[in-house]
Design a protein around this ligand. Sequence first.
Ligand code: C2E
Ligand code: MG
Ligand code: MG
Length: 767
Amino acid sequence: MKQDRKRYRFAVAVGILLIILASVRLSCELYDIIDSDAERYIMLFAVIASGFVLIGLIVSFYLKLIGNQRQYKALMDVADRMTVFAVLWDTGKKMFYANAAFTCDTGYTSADLADPEKLAKIFPPEALSGRVEDLEKFLEGRDEFTVQCKTGGSVTTSWSTSVMFELENGDQVLMSVGTNRNDEIRLKKALLKTSEALSESDKRYFLATELSGVGLILRYEDRGDYYVSEQLCHMLGLPATGPDKGCFVGIETLREIIRSEDHILLKPFTQGVPGDETISVNVRAKAADGDLHWFNVRYKTIKDGTGYITGGAIIDITLEKEKDLIIEKMAYIDDVTQIYNRYRFIMLGDEMLSSMRFINGSPDTYWVITADIDDFHIINDTCGYETGNDLLKRFAMILMKNITDGSTAARIGGDNFSVLFRSKDEADVTNFFASVRHDLGTISGGGLEKHNIDCSFGYCLMSDSEFVGESFSEILEHSEFALNLTKGMKSSSMRYDAHIRDGVIDRSNMEKEISEALENHEFELYYQPKISLTDGSVIGMEALIRWIKPDGTVIPPLDFIPVAERSMMITRISDFVLHEACRQNKRLQDMGYPPITVSINLTAIDFYKTDVTRIISDVLKETGLDPEYLDIELTESLALKDIQHAIIQMNDLRKLGIKISMDDFGTGYSSLSYIQQLPITLLKLDRSFIMYLEDDEVSREIVSAIIRIAKSKKIETIAEGVEYSAQSEILRDSGCDYAQGYFYGKPMPADKFEQFMEQHTERSMRS
Ligand code: C2E
Ligand code: MG
Ligand code: MG
């Protein structure tokens, strides 16, 4: 092409030179022939004028030439930048230019394409006639056109777009853009082969699936893109222009269509992980109508002759989902915060865990985070139930606002929230904590501004090598365990560490030791007096268990009761406590002391046993203790586990004639209004309220409010952990009925308690 242009320029220059030489020669001859000076002047003037006109014409012609070349070159540049085929047909000069994509795929060089003979072998005569009409006919009529490559083989092209440009010299240049369809055709053949390989019944199945609205998607191991069937194109609003009226799409298109949270569920599909099972997942994706629809995807990767093929059958299940929405909302959505509940969270976590384990070395990293609002029960009781709920809602919103793309948050109970947090970097996790705490600190309204609202986090890495083989619930427990550790350590966040856990409880060893201790009678009951705040008399005693090792070491109950609870050894311990407490109380009565009530602590395992009433009744009969002198202490969290069941059990126990107290009241999440549902006789105010009674007005307000409300429900109140006389006075003034604590007497062995009774009875007789 360049050489062509050079030759053309050379011919024009020679022509102009010859014209000038001929004109000068003619002028000289005329000059000699003409006699008069005037005529000679006129002639000279005419020659100079025509010279100027000629130069003007030459300059304008040259400028135009340069303009044409510039325009043509610009078109060549445009063509070269295209990744698809682009050719320029210059009709005036019958020139032809093909871009780099074309020369690269067909093997021809620019020189080959400048050679008319070679060009004639590539394109038919009508394409090269130079007539616009012929060219348009050639391009329009053809869906496909095959170019024989220089290196052998052929490239099938389809020329989809043609645009006509008019150059300044009037020449018309047609630019045609086309694609190399070799890959597409190869895949079509492979599909046909697969389809042919299917038995008749398989074919009927394929037809049936298409007819019943099932979309199909195929991924071949060696291709980067996906074949989407016609039906699926309709479902997703993709242009169905490819083979079999389906189309090919890249992973990016699929990622755009499918909701980001659901990408993980399709990882085994997009990565073509082979397996025996057909995987079925429900994902949300943008449908043809532009709305988010639910799709069920059933997929599997199999090996065919050349490599792996992943096939997926997809149906739109939006309608079914909508029908299920109310049920799902009830089952999966937390009423107060409108985010997922514990049940749904564990389901999601399980799904995610199995997807991640399915793909070895998944690129996604998830952290399991558990959070709670510090001292939520205080806020709940001082600001009221409504404000407490409002705080939970706002906390949920803050979590949702700060989580990363692909993460999920849920309320897993009380003020406990959990997050499946997607990020590779632990720094993102700690930044998330900081943002949440910051946002939480700015909350106001309903009296919340008076509190310094903060929260704590426990977390662990879902894919931690330590957790291999564990269920998602177990991993969640680790993050809950870490959260609990923050309380003791005064830290706002803590990552789970198995070593810490091992240090806290050497579980299996202790279980063995407890069993042996029971055999060796190493357990003993201590008794702590309960005093009437109105007349100072001893009204009862709480039986508190102690494990006294042969070397004299005393192990407090909180160090072994939780271990015993896990191993069910607690039943044997509680049996011992019940027998021993009833026996000791009866003994005191038999010794002539005024009758008092003995309280025993029961765990959820003891309390929810179906035969708890029978067991207690048997022990009462056996020891001869009147039921009215036995009191069962239950904690709030125990009753909350299953409130309906708890009410039934409590009513049964009450029918025996025994008393029921609510221990540690205020540490759980129950509101006072909920307490009235439970048939309790006594409410034990938790030590945490009593501790700061003298200095903290909020504690005083809570305590007097609880006492007032309890009284209105005809429930008596007792304060635990009373250590100072000032506390007892405040409690008495607030209308509290009874008190228990070091101020009156520490828990003591049975013989010491008998001495205490001796002294106290005497004192009470003297006063
Ligand atoms: P609890 O039922 O709330 O018992 C009160 C705890 O507070 C006792 O701790 C008691 O020693 C302690 N305490 C009482 N007055 C004061 C005071 O003025 N200041 C302070 N700082 N502490 C005071 P203990 O005996 O270590 O028991 C701890 C918990 O272990 C009990 O809490 C109860 O939940 C559980 N527990 C104790 N004995 C038994 C038992 O026989 N069976 C079961 N299932 N649990 C038991
Ligand atoms: Mg107790
Ligand atoms: Mg208590």
